[in-house]
Structure formats: C-alpha cells, structure tokens
Design a protein around this ligand. Structure first.
Ligand SMILES: [Zn+2]
Length: 254
C-alpha cells in the first residue's frame, strides 16, 4: 500500500514535469525584432497592460514623477527620437518615458510593453547623448521582451519544482537551479539591451561611444556606496564595455 502511493506520487510528479516541458516547447517563438527564439506565454497586448498597470506604483516607489516639466520634455524628446529612428517604431508597444523625482538612487528600468523610467539621480549626470544611451538600452529591454521571457521562465521552474516536490524531495534543488537560470538570463538581457541601445543611438545620430561613458558613470556609482537595486538590475559593467565596443564596430560599419 505504501509502495503504491509512492509510485502514484512519482507518476504525478513526472506528469507535472512533462507538462512544464510541453508548455515550454509550445511557447517558443522567434522575436521578430531581434531574431532570437524565446519562451514567452503572453501577447504584446498583455505586456502593454502589465506595464501600464504597474507604472503608477513604480513611480510612487521612487518619490513620484520629477516636478519640472522642462526636464521631463527633454526626456520625452530624446526617447521619442530613438523610437522614431529605429525598429521600435514598428513594434506594437506604447513607449512612455518617465523622469522620476528620486535624486539618490541611480537607476533606469523598463516595464514590459514600453513604460520606461529614469531617476533624476541618473538623469542629472548625463549629457543628451548619454541619456539616449540609457533610454536606448531600456527600449532594448522592451523590444527584447525580457520581462515576459523572465515571467515565462519563472513559471516554468515553478511548475518543475512543483512536479519534483510531488515526486520526491527534489523541489528545493530544482528551485535552486531556477534561481541561477534567472540570474544568467539577466546578464544576457543586459548585453542584448546594450547592443540594441548602441544600434538605436547610431540610427538616431548620436555618438555610440557615449554608451561607454554611461557604463563608466554607472560603474562609479556602484563603487564605494553600492546601490543594491542598481547592482541587481544592471550587473557586470566591466564586461559590458567590451561588448559595447564590439557592437559599435558591428553597426558603425554599416
Ligand atoms: Zn538593463
């Protein structure tokens, strides 16, 4: 009797694991803007809805929007120029650039679907071309569908962990692997966004070498007073500079 229930548990566990893999395979699609094959289980409309829904809360968490309209319109002008000059224009996403009042946390980030944020702390350190680099990078996250990909990835690992914990004591091991995969993806996301950012800068008439300066500014910011939010969302500034140089070579030759 005990043996039987053990077998049933293994079978249910395996079924859940199989379900996770089948769903993962059926969710594979090629990103039409980057050409990369991704696991995603939501539409562009859903991405836009998630972004729009979370945007006010994101702004709230950073002390709201920056009150000076002139600064905000500068951010809009640079952001819109990048969108108009690049493939971003052909995507279904609704780009919106928000300058946040936060003057302490050096950060910029994108929600799925096109809601893009930059803190005043970072904005105030940048020239126009460098701002284009930061916003171009964030547009890269939107077009690369990195949030949607990570959501799909985490639901895959959750299902796998569920299957493993039903079937045996492997649950924690599998969730450990899941965590690592998320971190690795995070790094790949940054490099893809940097490359797209460089391309968008060139297409909009900005000097892409300014992206290297952005990395130096970010590196200096992560120095003695490490900002955890920044570190976690933008890992490895050193390694990124080499890849940015490669991207400049690649796209400047065109
Ligand atoms: Zn990033």
């Amino acid at each position: 009797m005990r043996r039987g229930s053990w077998r049933v548990r293994i079978l249910i566990g395996l079924a859940i694991v199989a379900f996770a893999f089948v769903r993962r395979c059926s969710n594979q699609e090629e990103n039409p803007y980057t050409g990369r094959v991704q696991n995603i289980d939501m539409s562009a409309e859903q991405e836009i809805a998630i972004g729009l829904q979370s945007a006010p809360e994101m702004a709230q968490q950073h002390g709201g929007l920056y009150p000076d309209e002139r600064m905000q319109s500068l951010v809009d002008a640079v952001g819109n120029k990048l969108v108009k000059s690049s493939i971003a224009r052909e995507t279904p996403y609704q780009y919106d650039f928000h300058l946040l009042a936060d003057d302490r946390t050096i950060n910029a980030f994108a929600l799925p679907g096109g809601q893009i944020f930059i803190t005043y702390a970072l904005f105030s350190q940048l020239t126009e071309a460098q701002l284009a680099g930061v916003l171009g990078h964030e547009i890269g996250h939107v077009i690369g569908r990195h949030s949607a990909e990570r959501i799909a990835e985490s639901s895959f690992w959750q299902t796998l962990a569920t299957g493993a914990s039903v079937g045996g004591d492997m649950g924690s091991l599998v969730s450990g692997i899941g965590q690592n995969t998320l971190l690795k993806n995070g790094r790949g996301d940054e490099l893809e966004s940097d490359e797209l950012g460089v391309l968008f800068m060139i297409q909009s008439g900005y000097d892409p070498h300014e992206m290297i300066k952005v990395m130096e500014i970010l590196k200096a910011a992560a120095g003695p007073n490490r900002v955890p939010e920044f570190q976690s969302t933008h890992p490895d500034p050193e390694n990124r500079i080499d890849k940015i140089k490669e991207a400049i070579q690649k796209y400047s030759g065109r």
